[in-house]
Design a protein around this ligand. Structure first.
Ligand SMILES: Nc1ncnc2c1ncn2[C@@H]1O[C@H](COP(=O)(O)OP(=O)(O)O)[C@@H](O)[C@H]1O
Ligand SMILES: C[C@@](O)(CCOP(=O)(O)OP(=O)(O)O)CC(=O)O
Length: 457
């Protein structure tokens, strides 16, 4: 049967509440999917000469030199599919893309256990919505297009922290599954399909990252906005590497949960997360504001050293985080517009976060973000905001009334803020930019493969 072109997209994320806590199964995280998506298009690879190449070519045409060619070889029913990165030309330096390469070898290995080892060549195109990267001067003229050309290599692009690798691995894995498997074998529109995609993408993302995080980013890329309780890390700690003995069977069991020891205990509660009518999320990117290295390590070290203090703060924070989710749901269900409670709950979370910052010495809500969040929160129509995820200097997330006037008031404030910051004498944060993203309740979805004209080869 001839394989057809397919396209899939998956959302970026923001962890509004539950940073660090969500690393522990005792606690949960309130995560929103964002309407900035990563799209992956896949089509059969045709060669003009009619020669069949055993290759999968991956391109990310918004970036310079972003082309990766892979050979693949079945190592037998035991080891699965081994993927080799090929050099495009003898002159070009080999630019690796560990997330693409790992997702490819995991997905092809799993596919070979379901549909057999005959894998046809394919051409894959990755396209990211514009807000994943800060725009540079060179892309001004194309900034109105659905996808921008960033004019730089991927390694030089300035990320805005929306979780590109998790959305990428999820959309990329899903595109391979829908392309190579029949509807009966895999479908994005049923629970079994989504859960297999989740398990496979978590495994590949962790392997590519070289660490087992909480997985909230992959979970929201698959399921969209939700209250998230992580899986037990031990699930991903014992399987081998692609190509090694036993890998394919271990992966199949992990993906399909066919053995009691590979049952996933992730909890996704979609009904616990809502955004009331008339409100929306917005994100601000702070330029030059980088992540402080080792924040997670340092915060967890504090928890280990000061268990009583940490437990007290974490228990209170968990209660407040649950309270925030419950208030959002209550407002949505009663269609009330009284945001006083919501405002207070956000303020309560921030106060505890600052206490955690002080006790641990880790800048989860550093002083500069306190000033920025306070200034934003004083704009009429802004309910409140937080330093999301791990916190630090690089972003803030705000809940605001969904009106154009609030956005323009906020933009005005940020313009003045950026101006004043540059005049200031103290060490200050970088430029703050309002991103054009908002919450998106939906997770991964099939897209029309005909919608990417001009970007495919
Ligand atoms: N548009 C893209 N095309 C190809 N690879 C991408 C793209 N976006 C992200 N990636 C992959 O994800 C990596 C970035 O992941 P990471 O540094 O973990 O950032 P994030 O915090 O945004 O997930 C890149 O180095 C690349 O391997
Ligand atoms: C600390 C954390 O709980 C949350 C980190 O969230 P971020 O959104 O800050 O993460 P990045 O995608 O790495 O930018 C770690 C985790 O849950 O894995």
């Amino acid at each position: 049967m001839a394989l057809s072109s397919k396209a899939v997209s998956a959302p970026g994320k923001v962890l509004l509440a539950g940073g660090y806590l969500v690393l522990d199964r005792e606690y949960t995280g309130l995560v929103f999917g964002l309407d900035a998506r990563i799209h992956v298009h896949i089509q059969p690879l045709h060669t003009s000469s009619g020669v069949t190449l055993s290759e999968i070519i991956v391109r990310s045409p918004q970036f310079k030199y972003a082309i990766w060619e892979y050979g693949y070889r079945w190592t037998g029913p035991d080891g699965g599919m081994q993927v080799t990165h090929l050099r495009v030309s003898a002159l070009q330096k080999l630019q690796t893309n560990p997330f693409v390469e790992t997702a490819l070898s995991y997905a092809l290995s799993y596919i070979s256990t379901v549909a057999g080892p005959a894998i046809n060549p394919a051409s894959i195109t990755i396209l990211a919505d514009n807000d994943y990267y800060s725009h540079t001067a060179t892309d001004k003229e194309t900034s109105m297009d659905r996808f921008s050309s960033f004019g730089v290599p991927l390694s030089e692009a300035h990320k805005t922290g929306l979780g590109s690798s998790a959305a990428l691995v999820t959309a990329f894995t899903a595109a391979l599954l829908v392309h190579y498997l029949s509807e009966d074998q895999f479908s994005l529109s049923n629970d079994a399909g989504r859960s297999r995609l989740h398990n496979l993408a978590q495994a590949a993302h962790c392997a590519a990252q070289g660490k087992v995080g909480s997985g909230f980013d992959v979970a929201s890329a698959v399921y969209g906005s939700c209250l998230y309780r992580r899986f037990s890390p031990s699930l991903l700690e014992s399987h081998g590497e692609p190509g090694t003995s036993g890998f394919a069977a271990e992966l199949k069991s992990l993906v399909e949960e066919s053995d009691p020891s590979t049952k996933w205990d992730t909890e996704i509660v979609k009904s616990a997360v809502k955004v009331p009518n008339g409100l929306r999320l917005v994100m601000c990117d702070v330029d030059c504001g980088s992540k402080t290295p080792g924040m997670v390590k340092r915060l967890l070290a504090w928890r280990k050293d000061e268990p009583e203090e940490a437990d007290r703060i974490w228990k209170q924070l968990q209660e407040k985080n649950e309270g925030l989710a419950a208030e959002l749901v209550r407002l949505a269900e009663t269609e009330s517009h009284d945001c006083q409670q919501l405002r207070e709950r956000i303020t309560g979370i921030r106060a505890l976060t600052r206490e955690m910052s002080k006790c641990s010495g880790v800048p989860v809500e550093p002083e500069s973000q306190t000033r920025l969040l306070d200034a934003c929160s004083s704009v009429p129509g802004v309910v409140g905001g937080v330093a999301p995820g791990a916190g630090g200097f690089d972003a803030v997330a705000l809940l605001i009334e969904d009106r154009e006037e609030v956005i323009s008031e906020l933009s005005g404030l940020l313009e003045r803020w950026n101006h004043d910051e540059q005049q200031g004498s103290e060490a200050r944060v970088g430029r703050v930019r309002l991103l054009r993203v908002r919450e998106d309740m939906e997770g991964v979805r099939a897209e029309d493969p005909a919608g990417y004209e001009g970007w495919l080869q």
